[in-house]
Design a protein around this ligand. Structure first.
Ligand SMILES: [Zn+2]
Length: 218
């Protein structure tokens, strides 16, 4: 039987809060700021946050409200792993989590499969776009992007996102639709030579909400 959804922390009644008299300023202990509301939401929805990777919030390549993770606990009790831990801004981590949980798992289920791993992933990287010197700074630098090469299913099937396998065409086509609906930038095969073997997703904001969806599925 599936477990009932976990109650968000803020709805748990705190019986002691009303009973105790408010502490004076001197009694409030100094403690480091806890996780942001975004990180709390990320965890509540199944994201498993790890201790932050170092150097995730310094200099030109700083990430606002970073989160490091390599696993998502799915509502049915299964787990989806990333093949390496990524560090991204929390708002972006939430998009990846929701995409995985709500879109990718449904697409896999329609093919009688269950998602196990996001493979070939990359998150934060302090570099210009496509690693080309002098190019504008990449969305990877601010933790607002994800690279992913393949999806692995629990039954051992691997869906190479940039592949041309006829057997995975319907799945890749559905993944493409869902990615372009959720992310503001989708670059894959058919966009440029830097993206012929993997998919790039980001949430870059552009004027008039312009979106880029360049992934030729064939
Ligand atoms: Zn990328």
């Amino acid at each position: 039987m599936p477990l009932p959804p976990r109650r968000p922390a803020e709805f748990v009644p705190d019986a002691t809060a009303k009973a105790a008299s408010p502490p004076s300023q001197a009694q409030i202990p100094e403690k480091p700021p806890g996780p942001s509301a975004c990180v709390e939401t990320f965890k509540e929805r199944g994201g498993v946050a790890l201790p932050l990777a170092s150097a995730s919030s310094t200099g030109d390549c700083g990430i606002d409200d970073p989160v490091t993770f390599e696993r998502i606990d799915m509502p049915d009790g299964s787990k989806v792993e990333l093949d390496s831990a990524i560090t991204v801004r929390c708002s972006f981590a939430l998009e990846v989590l929701i995409w995985t949980r709500d879109d990718l798992s449904g697409i896999a289920a329609r093919e009688n499969a269950k998602l196990a791993t996001l493979a070939g992933v990359g998150g934060h990287a302090c570099r210009p776009r496509n690693g080309v010197a002098g190019a504008p700074i990449s969305e990877h630098a601010s933790g607002n992007a994800l690279d992913v090469a393949a999806l692995k299913m629990q039954d051992g099937r691997t869906i190479a996102l940039a592949g041309r396998d006829e057997a995975t065409l319907s799945m890749r086509s559905a993944i493409s639709k869902s990615a372009c609906a959720r992310f503001t930038t989708v670059l894959g095969p058919g966009s440029d030579s830097a993206h012929k073997d993997h998919l790039h997703l980001d949430m870059r904001k552009r004027s008039r909400d312009f979106r880029i969806c360049q992934w030729t599925v064939e």
